[in-house]
Design a protein around this ligand. Structure first.
Ligand code: S3P
Length: 171
């Protein structure tokens, strides 16, 4: 697989809680490629956590920084990259990903997403009165766009290695 990829990277897209970082890290290990998490890189570049960036500068500022960081990471490929759930919504970012990588949509339903994000306070978009309604609205806005990824793998409650195997088989 690594040889067939050439200089292209693998980019995981999909909703928060879909498992992009967990699965991405394991896919990278299996392919002996470096793993990068876009959110972690954004936090390092800003010297702030993602909730702090949203609070201090607002979402549009975060999105601009996110697009720049992803462009820079893709230039350093080949790597496996986990992106934040909103990154693929920007056309410029989708085009860059299409040029330089194979994209995998880790598709998760709202039950799984809710279960996985409920435990954590680090998703500023879900700091709303009704997080479940927010997740459902984001899903309906985003799924038609995530569908443009090269590959789709269902993220569900099976051992991580099974999802990793499915990603590797699909590549
Ligand atoms: C976001 C998802 C988060 C993070 C930010 C916004 C989104 O990343 O980038 O909170 O718009 O869905 P994860 O998908 O890794 O949680």
């Amino acid at each position: 697989i690594a040889a067939a990829l050439g200089t292209r990277s693998i980019v995981l897209v999909g909703m928060m809680g879909a498992g992009k970082s967990t699965i991405g890290r394991r896919v990278a290990a299996r392919l002996k490629l470096p793993f990068t998490d876009a959110d972690t890189e954004i936090e390092a570049a800003a010297g702030m956590t993602i909730p702090e960036i949203f609070e201090t500068h607002g979402e549009p500022y975060f999105r601009d920084g996110e697009a720049r960081v992803i462009a820079r990471i893709l230039d350093s490929g080949p790597i496996v990259l986990a992106t934040g759930g909103g990154a693929f919504m920007r056309e410029e970012t989708r085009n860059r990903i299409r040029d330089r990588a194979i994209s995998i949509w880790l598709k998760a339903d709202s039950d799984i997403i809710m279960r996985r994000v409920r435990r954590r306070a680090d998703r500023p978009l879900l700091h709303t009165a009704d997080p479940e309604a927010t997740v459902n609205r984001l899903l309906s806005e985003r799924e038609p766009v995530y569908q443009n990824a090269d590959l789709t793998i269902a993220s569900r409650d099976v051992p991580h290695d099974r999802i990793v195997d499915e990603c590797l088989e699909a590549l």
